[in-house]
Design a protein. Structure first.
Length: 97
């Protein structure tokens, strides 16, 4: 990630093994953009919680989850973002409410 106005690089997760799918979303409804990614190397779905100052805390949403693509929608209309992951094997879709 790069922080403006001079666009200095900010390393969010130097330990991620195989990043693939990625989305930015305000997952915790605190008016700053968080990030969600699949780490296909570690088989994890992870959330990078933004503190509003571009400091990110890694939170593991699910183990044993690879992903090809992510979509963020409020599927059950409860006012909270839900995560849809299409698995990398092409044989599964998982929804995280």
């Amino acid at each position: 990630m790069f922080k403006g106005p001079n666009y200095e690089a900010i390393e969010i997760d130097p330990t991620i093994q195989g990043p693939h799918a990625f989305a930015k979303v305000d997952l915790d409804s605190d008016d700053d953009m968080d990030m969600v990614a699949t780490d296909n190397g570690a088989k994890q779905l992870v959330w990078y919680e933004n503190d509003g100052k571009a400091n990110f805390t890694k939170r593991i949403i699910s183990e044993n989850q690879k992903g090809y693509d992510l979509d963020m929608q409020d599927l059950n209309q409860d006012g909270k973002v839900d995560i849809v992951v299409s698995g990398s094997s092409g044989r599964d879709v998982r929804v995280y409410i």
